[in-house]
Design a protein around this ligand. Structure first.
Ligand code: F6P
Length: 340
């Protein structure tokens, strides 16, 4: 069998481990051939490929990003400006799939990619999805690779804010990634000992936030750490949540407040051991599905096991933090404010 692999959407640590897991197992154990598609679905539109063999797949396990490159190309999205080179993008992709002689296309990506993967499977292609994102928001899997690494980086950043916050008696607001979900902020906020954690799923009341900060000051702790998610809705247009929340805190408490937007360092660099192994496991299980001819599915984590779920069951859905997540319930009992 001849397998094509691509990575699409934002990069994250662990993608190379997954590419290696698919590639080496397919080549060595199953005797399949493997070809890499460059820059996500763009590579299928432009027939931009990278042959994968034991040499190109070596030495990549610890590398961040993706050796295949990525893009945010969404071939099924209709644009106001037609693209004359690829007017019927899905059909171009189907044609390229056949021209390359592929028996299966493995799509490593987030929820947008899994939706495209499902749509391509509806056009008759043999597709397997591998979930990846630092945001951990893909429906159907307990966890995605990239998340563990991003949480560690964000936690270290919060740790570093503690000493400067307490030295200057300041409030430090840190904005973390996560798109519409609060997973990174909840996990890094709790691991970093933040005093206030604000995530989109819960919303917030600024009075409750400032009350917590003033109460800490009264208890001889005239500094606080506030971790907030980039997807937090503040009602203020064209203003980052960190900027808005910092301004509100400074205005209502009179305490000096500084903001940090952590940004892309959260998804760059080498994957954690956990993410390397998760990528390897998901990649290896992908080849089993291919060998059995079970297509139209996404490999996923359930508890300690790797399973697979039909792409039609997860397409278009997001996995958000539930209000009764135990870190929230237990955090509240410990006096941490979630702004509600
Ligand atoms: O999905 C991963 C992510 O890093 C989000 O956390 C963030 O909102 C987004 O990608 C940034 O996307 P871009 O790479 O397009 O700037």
């Amino acid at each position: 069998m001849n397998i094509g692999i691509l990575s699409s959407g934002g990069d994250c640590p662990g993608i190379n481990a997954a590419i290696r897991g698919v590639g080496k197992t397919a080549l060595t154990y199953f005797g399949m051939t493997v070809v890499g598609i460059r820059c996500g679905f763009t590579g299928l539109l432009n027939k931009d490929i990278l042959p994968l063999n034991t040499e190109t797949l070596s030495g990549i396990l610890n590398l961040g990003g993706t050796i295949l490159g990525t893009s945010r190309e969404k071939p099924f999205k209709k644009f106001f400006q037609p693209d004359p080179d690829h007017e019927e993008k899905p059909q171009v992709i189907v044609d390229t799939y056949h021209e390359l002689g592929l028996d299966c296309l493995v799509c490593i990506g987030g929820s947008g990619t899994q939706k495209t993967a499902y749509q391509l499977s509806q056009l008759g292609l043999n597709i397997i999805g591998i979930p990846k994102t630092i945001d951990n928001d893909i429906w159907g899997t307990d966890i995605t690779f990239g998340f563990n690494t991003a949480v560690s980086i964000a936690t270290e950043a919060i740790d570093r804010l503690h000493s400067t916050a307490s030295s200057h008696n300041r409030v430090m607001v840190i904005e973390l990634m996560g798109h519409h979900a609060g997973w990174i902020t909840l996990y890094a906020g709790m691991a970093g000992g933040a005093d206030v954690i604000l995530i989109p799923e819960l919303g917030f009341d600024i009075k409750k936030v400032t009350r917590t900060i003033l109460e800490r000051a009264r208890q001889n702790k005239p500094y606080s750490i506030v971790a907030i998610a980039e997807g937090l809705e503040t009602g203020e247009k064209n203003c980052r949540p960190a900027t808005y929340i910092s301004r509100m805190i400074e205005e209502s408490t009179g305490m000096e407040t500084r903001e940090t937007v952590l940004g892309y360092v959260q998804r760059g660099g080498s994957p954690s051991a956990f993410d390397r192994n998760l990528g390897t496991r998901l990649g290896g299980h992908t080849t089993e599905l291919i060998a059995k001819g079970q297509f139209g599915r996404m490999v996923a984590v359930k508890g300690d096991n790797i399973i697979s779920v039909p792409l039609n069951k997860i397409s278009g859905k997001l996995k958000l933090v539930s209000h009764d997540h135990d870190l929230i319930v237990l955090g509240k009992r410990m006096g941490i404010s979630f702004g509600v």
